[in-house]
Design a protein around this ligand. Structure first.
Ligand SMILES: [Zn+2]
Length: 376
């Protein structure tokens, strides 16, 4: 989006970063899940921008590349290991291209997703589609290919060991950790002083595992249907820790709304120092504000974040959905729906919103990536 500073430019949908480019704890693209936020956006855009906004142009092309990659339906189910995966590969004798291995993948997917794939050891469209469903559900990169991370996630979800595995396979990837309140001493940042390093603290989950029931099951069923229909799905946020929402909110208030850093109320779990001082120990308001602005940039905030988002309760998901041609998808009642209308995006296709609703996953129209249990 070249014109970030016009009202239209900033309300318009901006594509997400691909998951692999945003795994650094930063917010890929915060959704706007309250009407009030849109109003705030309007008033904010009327004054001169006090800080540079992140350039979205690079994100757009990155998202486009990710969509192309994810739509490569002809891709094989196995792949060569990346350099990071080589050490892991070294320890095992797993041949991910073997029929035995693909049979194991098919049996595992049947078991874990309740599917009825033929365990024939042939990586066909249905198998790859099921792999994508599984990857989506577990917050993995969605490419329809079983590599070490997807394999580890299958095992962690309850699959048996794959053929050729050594008895105690390491598990290299954990998409989500316990949603229990974080304690300050277990994840203490480098400095109590506010600043961009806080953005890595209290990360937002991208796994549907972190969602609250019954919304979690509804989302998983909808994602399964989308995956089987061949849609490209990129989940950018599910549950957001309340601590993260609190940090975002007050960073915004100091940086953009003129709140005094000394006026922020204390938080029981967050030992952050918003007030910066100079060499003489006097309050340095400019440094305090600059640190809050760094956080606003690090979180990629474009509007005031709500303190009471449904994401905090695990009742909302942000995702981009796209497809090519007609989308033939089962709705929540099992009926096959053919969506020929455009645009072919989850943000704007009203027919897809209708299908989502049959699963109990409701679209908030004013907020491009945001779906929730109530539509708010
Ligand atoms: Zn959202």
């Amino acid at each position: 989006m070249a014109n970030n500073d016009s009202i239209a430019g900033r309300i318009r949908f901006t594509p997400m970063l691909p998951a692999e480019a945003s795994g650094n704890g930063m917010e890929p693209q915060l959704c706007r899940d309250r009407l009030r936020a849109a109003q705030r956006l309007r008033s904010a855009s009327l004054r001169p921008a006090s800080s540079p906004r992140p350039d979205r142009t690079g994100q757009q092309s990155a998202a486009g590349a990710a969509a192309l990659r994810h739509s490569a339906l002809a891709a094989p189910i196995y792949k060569l290991p990346t350099i990071q995966e080589l050490e892991f590969e070294w320890e095992s004798e797993i041949d991910r291209g073997s029929r035995d291995y693909i049979k194991w993948v098919q049996r595992s997917l049947n078991q874990l997703l309740g599917l009825n794939l033929a365990a024939d050891g042939i990586s066909g469209t249905m198998t790859r589609s099921a792999v994508r469903s599984f990857q989506t559900r577990y917050g993995l990169a969605v490419d329809g290919i079983v590599g070490p991370q997807t394999e580890a996630a299958l095992i962690r979800a309850g699959a048996s060991q794959p053929p050729g595995a050594s008895p105690s396979l390491p598990v290299p990837y954990t998409p989500w950790q316990s949603p229990a309140p974080s304690l300050p001493d277990s994840s203490a940042p480098a400095s109590k002083l506010s600043g961009e390093h806080w953005v890595q603290q209290f990360p937002t989950s991208k796994s549907t595992d972190s969602l609250a029931e019954p919304f979690r099951s509804k989302v998983n069923r909808f994602l399964d249907a989308l995956g089987r229909a061949g849609a490209n799905i990129e989940i950018t946020a599910t549950r957001r820790p309340a601590e993260r929402a609190w940090l975002m909110h007050y960073a915004w208030m100091i940086a953009e709304e003129g709140l005094s850093p000394a006026a922020v109320p204390p938080h029981p779990n967050i030992d952050i120092q918003w007030v910066h001082t100079d060499a003489s120990g006097n309050v340095d308001l400019a440094a305090s504000r600059a640190a809050a602005e760094d956080m606003v940039r690090g979180y990629k905030l474009q509007y005031e974040p709500a303190l009471d988002s449904l994401h905090i309760d695990g009742r909302a998901i942000d995702m981009t959905i796209s497809w090519i041609g007609n989308l033939r998808i089962r709705d929540g009642k099992g009926a096959l729906v053919t969506i020929a209308s455009t645009p072919r995006t989850g943000s704007d296709n009203r027919e897809l919103h209708g299908v989502g609703a049959t699963y109990g996953v409701a679209k908030l129209l004013s907020d491009p990536p945001h779906w929730s249990d109530t539509g708010h």
